[in-house]
Design a protein. Sequence first.
Length: 329
Amino acid sequence: MRSKILKLLKEKTPAYVSGEEMAKMFAVSRTSIWKNIQSLKADGYLIEGSSRLGYRLAGIPDLLLPDEIAERLQTKVIASSPKKIHYYKQIDSTNNALKKMAENGAPEGTVVIAEEQTLGRGRLGRLWLSPFGKGICLSILLKPPLQPQDSPLFTLLAAVAVVKSIQHNLPHISVGIKWPNDLLINNRKVCGILTELKAEADLLHYLVMGIGLNANLREEDFAGELKNIATSLYLENNRRIVSRQKLTRSLLQEMENSYLRYVNNGPETVISEWKKFNITLGKNVTINTIQGHFTGCALAIDSDGALIVEDARGYKKRFQAGEVTLEKS
Ligand code: BT5
């Protein structure tokens, strides 16, 4: 009902629509219309009311509201209806929330979006800075026909989708992927991806793909070490605000496109697209893992997304996870 009312107000704006007309059209009471209008207002929609003329939409908030995001999305799986998008003004972590929903049987393509995370997570317990209304923090639930050990490929798939969504909106900005989960602009991190999964032996139950993208963060949002290593699209775009709504729609659409291509054609398309945008292969790298570190040349990517590094003596090692530092050439 809420979505229908909003759609109608959008179609009619700047004209008014009377409460009575809407009640008739949707076969509900005027009180129900009034309640839905209050709920839209509570989310930040600017709705003017006149006892004589009815209601008129005067402004849409720059928030990642499900109605705004699902609108015009052509997806069949990911966020394919406003109901599949769970929206929070503030939450601890969208990955945490989505994992709980997955345990309770949420369908594939369910998305959790938050304006702010109080405990946004990176890998290995690290934190992800997510101030209110400035970044894009979301998680996507996928249930691909995949062996658990092939899941690193999905981090690569998501990285490609985010790069493409940035290119759609800001074609002049050059974004590179540092294996496995970092997107860099001018050597600074603009996006991180956290892929988590539930699996047993060779059966994958689900993947939770968490994406944190710095859209409109300003210099003053970054403190401490982040001042030197992080950036945002705003900062790289001559301090011009980017539309978070548009960017989020592109991101979800590109995630769906890449996902369906993977399901239909296998890993090769993901790998070949990833290679186009990567800034890792051919470079000298040091890779830190819980087992220690290894230095060499990043040679290739395996079909499961693993990185193959060759050291100076020609010894090759395969990594499914790790923290890569690109050596200055
Ligand atoms: C990541 O981890 O880069 C994965 C980040 C994933 C965040 C998303 S937001 C939605 C979803 N819900 C969650 O709770 N998480 C996901 P990692 O590679 O471990 O990098 C973490 C490191 O990045 C930190 O230790 C900082 O150095 C840096 N960092 C933290 N916040 C940042 C930010 N906003 N921009 C750039 N770098 C940041």
